[in-house]
Design a protein around this ligand. Structure first.
Ligand code: NBP
Length: 514
């Protein structure tokens, strides 16, 4: 349907940090955007700010009344929601539902609602079902990259019907981050009013209903472990080598030129050289309290791994590490009572140890991504989604927090073998794990000897060693289960699926088949 001259291309509700920046991104790309916010004063100050500072301000129009906002958008309407999302279980109803409920009497069938918040995939599945049953279209799209990503190019992970995606695609492809088609490197030379229009957009149709939000959630789970691994590398350099933040910054800067080239290493380099604005003799990182917050997506990822039976132990460790960090007072009290190892020899060979930490970080990162991709594969089976892992790794290459050179290798791996059972089995990653493992083991051993906690490095190594073990001690475990609970066991000398039970205290009694 042709739009009238006064009608906007798209509407957006929710003018907090993400909504405001996404609006400006769309406007910079030539789209006219109607905006609405529950609290009208926030909309008004945003519009005033736009008028004062933004080159594309004329394309942004604010509305105080929801009905006027809806009327102003060309049909079929595309209305993006960036409001707080808190629902976890399918039956939970939150601000996203309230906003949808307020829109329904005003919009028409065929209109498309796009939830760009960090909604739980369960809620997205429920909303898609409810809305499509009434004739509306619904897309649940992950938006990654924080404030800066939303402003100049996020990684966008939309889930919903192909029809709805077709309508949204031009906008999503325009505003997404772009990477160089050949190198996969993100283009980052942007400025207000000067959007990047060349390159490959970091968005693709992930799959139906909750697929986009699921992949975004796993992205966040991977982000948790990526960050935790960097923190462990930092802590080892600090505690085993006594290095100061600015010296470590130089190491991270070097690492950022090689295999570990990534946004998170880059910002770590910056953070570590930052002086405290209050006391310039100190480094700012040294005065930041060691307690980390979280908003829940790492916990959801770990919960989903538990539900689906996927050993994403390192992702879960990263969440637990944040929990442990949060009990600061308890840790301070315990540090006075529980003593670590005594008389450990100081570490020698600084250069070699830094190299070893690099290798431990790289190999642990491979394991973390292997866990995340295995989890997505299992969820895809559970929900009958067809996920293209090569494409997913591709759209992580720019815009999002976990963007890294390394992702090109994941894309290559899944392009070569779309049915790859585990990333660690890809020839490139296998070779890297074999190359790094001696250093990885050395780092974990030293950390244990010196009493430095490395839950992510250690759990990733345990994952690698567990996954490559043809035999695990679960034979004893299953025997224990059969002993106390008659849970039965399978035998190594019998076909799979045949179950046995023995009366363990009296094994001479005839063996029962379950
Ligand atoms: P917030 O998550 O802080 O949400 C604030 C917005 O929600 C405001 O516009 C607020 O309106 C609106 N809102 C609330 Br709260 N309750 C409402 C209701 N009942 N009806 C209508 N509107 C309501 O904003 P954000 O940090 O910009 O994040 C937006 C979404 O994007 C969230 O789902 C978030 O998880 C996700 N996300 C955030 C980031 C990030 O870096 N911040 C990154 C990626 C994704 P008001 O002004 O009237 O209170």
């Amino acid at each position: 349907m042709a739009k009238s001259k006064t009608q906007s291309d798209v509407g957006l509700i929710g003018l907090a940090v993400m909504g405001q920046n996404l609006v400006l991104n769309m406007a910079d790309h030539g789209y006219t955007v109607s905006v609405y916010n529950r609290t009208t004063s926030k909309m008004e100050s945003f519009i005033a700010d736009c008028r004062a500072n933004e080159p594309s301000a004329e394309r942004v129009v604010g509305y105080a009344e929801l009905k006027d906002f809806v009327k102003s958008i060309a049909k079929p309407r595309k209305i993006i929601l960036l409001v707080q999302s808190t629902a976890v279980l399918p039956e939970d109803r939150d601000a996203v539902d309230k906003t949808i409920d307020s829109l329904l009497p005003l919009i028409d069938t065929g209109d498309i609602i796009i939830d760009g918040g960090n909604s739980n995939w369960n809620a997205t599945i429920r909303r898609e079902k409810e809305l499509t049953a009434k004739g509306y279209e619904f897309i649940g799209s992950g938006v990654s990259g924080g404030e800066l990503g939303a402003r100049f190019g996020p990684s966008l992970m939309p889930g919903g019907s192909k029809k709805a995606w077709k309508s949204l695609k031009p906008i999503w492809e325009a505003i997404a981050a772009k990477v160089d088609a050949k190198t996969g490197k993100p283009f980052e030379d942007y400025a207000p009013g000067k959007p990047i229009t060349e390159g490959v957009p970091c968005t693709t149709h992930i799959g139906p209903d909750g697929a986009g939000h699921y992949v975004k959630m796993v992205h966040n789970g991977i982000e948790y472990i990526d960050m935790q691994l960097i923190c462990e590398a930092y802590n080892l350099m600090k505690r085993l080598l006594g290095m100061k933040p600015d010296e470590m910054s130089k190491v991270f800067d070097e690492w950022n030129k090689g295999l570990l080239d990534s946004y998170l290493i880059e910002i770590t380099t910056d953070i570590l050289q930052q002086r405290d604005p209050v006391n310039k003799r100190k480094f700012l990182v040294d005065v930041v309290l060691d307690t980390a917050g979280q908003k829940g997506t790492g916990k959801w990822t770990s919960g989903s791994a538990l539900d689906l039976g996927i050993p994403a132990n390192s992702i879960a460790e990263a969440v637990f590490a944040r929990f442990l960090s949060a009990i600061k007072d308890e840790r301070v009290a315990a540090s006075k009572k529980l003593k670590g190892p005594k008389n450990v020899k100081p570490v020698r060979g600084k250069k070699a140890l830094i190299e070893a930490i690099h290798d431990a970080l790289y190999s642990s990162k491979i394991c973390a991504y292997a866990q995340g991709f295995q989890l997505m594969a299992e969820a895809a089976k559970e929900h009958s989604w067809k996920l293209d892992f090569g494409e997913i790794a591709k759209i992580f290459r720019g815009g999002c927090i976990i963007r890294a050179r390394f992702l090109q290798k994941i894309t290559d791996a899944y392009t070569k073998d779309p049915k790859l059972a585990n990333l660690m089995l890809d020839p490139y990653f296998k070779k890297e794990l074999h190359r790094c493992q001696e250093n990885w083991r050395k780092v974990v051993s030293l950390a244990v000897l010196h009493g430095v906690p490395t839950p992510a490095f250690s759990s990733a190594l345990a994952y690698f060693d567990g996954y490559r073990s043809a035999v695990l001690p679960a034979n004893l475990l299953q025997a224990q289960r059969d002993y106390f609970g008659a849970h039965t066991y399978e035998r190594t000398d019998q076909p799979r699926g045949k179950f046995f039970h023995v009366d363990w205290p009296e094994p001479d009694r005839p063996q029962l088949k379950a």
